[in-house]
Design a protein around this ligand. Structure first.
Ligand SMILES: Nc1ncnc2c1ncn2[C@@H]1O[C@H](COP(=O)(O)OP(=O)(O)OP(=O)(O)O)[C@@H](O)[C@H]1O
Ligand SMILES: [Mg+2]
Length: 354
């Protein structure tokens, strides 16, 4: 089922939880809504579910306008952060519950519930109570229950946040598998950029109720539309270097410094049009090179060993620091000088808020 949001607004008192949101989700896609706490992710999901009504704008499922249709008639399945399983019912009864509400015959309901239990791989747990299950198993029950009515849309609000790191990775892969097996249009809310990048066809990134960018994970990472997007994706985060343009848009002076960089090789004749810009360089895009080929030199002031790689914190000049990533076996000490070039330099407005 295709989903279209047209100019959606939702305000709570003076808080603009969602402002003028336009969004198109194709049939069978899994998209993530990503952003910091309070940016409007859950509000957007509740609007799509029909639990909230927009102040303005329209919502379509396929060709049908659903803006004023009650949640139970929208054909959606929903899973929340806390699973909300019924503690006194067995796994089987939990999964069958939505069918009981729909007054589906018990024998048929039983068959449908078992099918969903097989899809979510909990068919051996059907007679246990939720309290006798692990967090990951409870999450599978919640997904089975959301899917049992054969909805055309699945909405997931931070479904993995109660699980430990390892189980989160396992369950996000499971969600992707289940979603692809039944080819259901899915919206997955998370504030974890790695989670969003790893399972989504597209990501919607929001900040303070406002749309920032909506595209594939790869495109958002390699072509962020502003500083906020650039900094939200990637760990360690992208480095920002404030600069002033010297002349012809290819030579810049670092802000509060005498250091001058010639970017002509990096900009390939596309000079910068503004007077002040921020350069963005991802830690993994630095190239450690020799003096003649370097864009600038740095002094190493800190080293963090992360396992397969090390993070090197280095000063370009007093108060201008960058972080770069090197392989774990790179031999380096605090106080060493490194010559750096960059594979890729992003250019942002200096005034962007991030
Ligand atoms: N029922 C409500 N009444 C008043 N304000 C609300 C209500 N629901 C949400 N808000 C406000 O709207 C904004 C967006 O909230 P929302 O729950 O959508 O954020 P979120 O992105 O899901 O955050 P989190 O990651 O913390 O779950 C917040 O400022 C929140 O305080
Ligand atoms: Mg939320």
């Amino acid at each position: 089922m295709k989903i279209i949001l047209e100019n959606i607004c939702k305000t709570f008192g003076s808080v603009k939880a969602v402002s003028n949101l336009n969004l198109e989700i194709d049939d069978g896609e899994l998209i993530s809504i990503l952003g910091p706490s309070g940016c409007g992710k859950s509000t957007t999901l509740s609007l799509i579910a029909g639990l909230l009504k927009p102040d303005n704008g329209e919502i379509y499922f396929g060709d049908k306008k659903v803006t004023n249709i009650e949640p139970e008639y929208r054909g959606i399945g929903m899973v929340f952060q806390n699973y909300a399983l019924y503690p006194h019912m067995s796994v089987l009864k939990n999964i069958m519950f939505p069918l009981k509400m729909k007054k589906i015959h018990k024998k048929e309901a039983n068959k449908m519930a078992i099918q969903m239990a097989e899809l979510t791989k909990i068919e051996d747990l059907l007679h246990r109570k939720p309290s006798e299950l692990s967090g990951g198993q409870q999450q599978r029950v919640a997904i089975a229950r959301a899917l049992v009515k054969k909805p055309e849309i699945l909405l997931l609000d931070e479904p993995l946040s109660n699980l430990d790191a390892r189980l989160r990775i396992e369950m996000r892969e499971e969600i992707r598998r289940i979603q692809q097996e039944i080819n259901i249009t899915t919206i997955f809310v998370t504030h974890d950029q790695e989670e969003a990048m790893s399972i989504s066809d597209k990501i919607l990134l929001m900040k303070d109720g406002l749309y920032q960018q909506y595209t594939t994970p790869r495109e958002m990472y390699s072509n962020p539309s502003n500083k906020f997007v650039a900094r939200f994706l990637g760990n360690p985060p992208i480095n920002f270097i404030e600069t002033e343009i010297m002349y012809n848009g290819e030579v810049v002076k670092l802000h509060n410094s005498r250091i001058i960089l010639n970017l002509s090789r990096h900009l390939k004749g596309k000079g910068i049009k503004e007077n002040q810009v921020t350069l963005g360089i991802r830690p993994e895009d630095f190239i450690i090179t020799n003096k003649d080929e370097a864009l600038f030199s740095v002094e190493v002031i800190g080293i963090q060993i992360m396992g397969k790689e090390i993070y090197i914190i280095a000063n370009i000049d007093e108060g201008i620091k960058v972080t770069l990533v090197a392989s774990w076996d790179f031999n380096i000490d605090v106080g060493d000088r490194l010559y750096l070039d960059a594979k890729n330099i992003h250019i942002f407005h200096r005034g962007d808020v991030c």
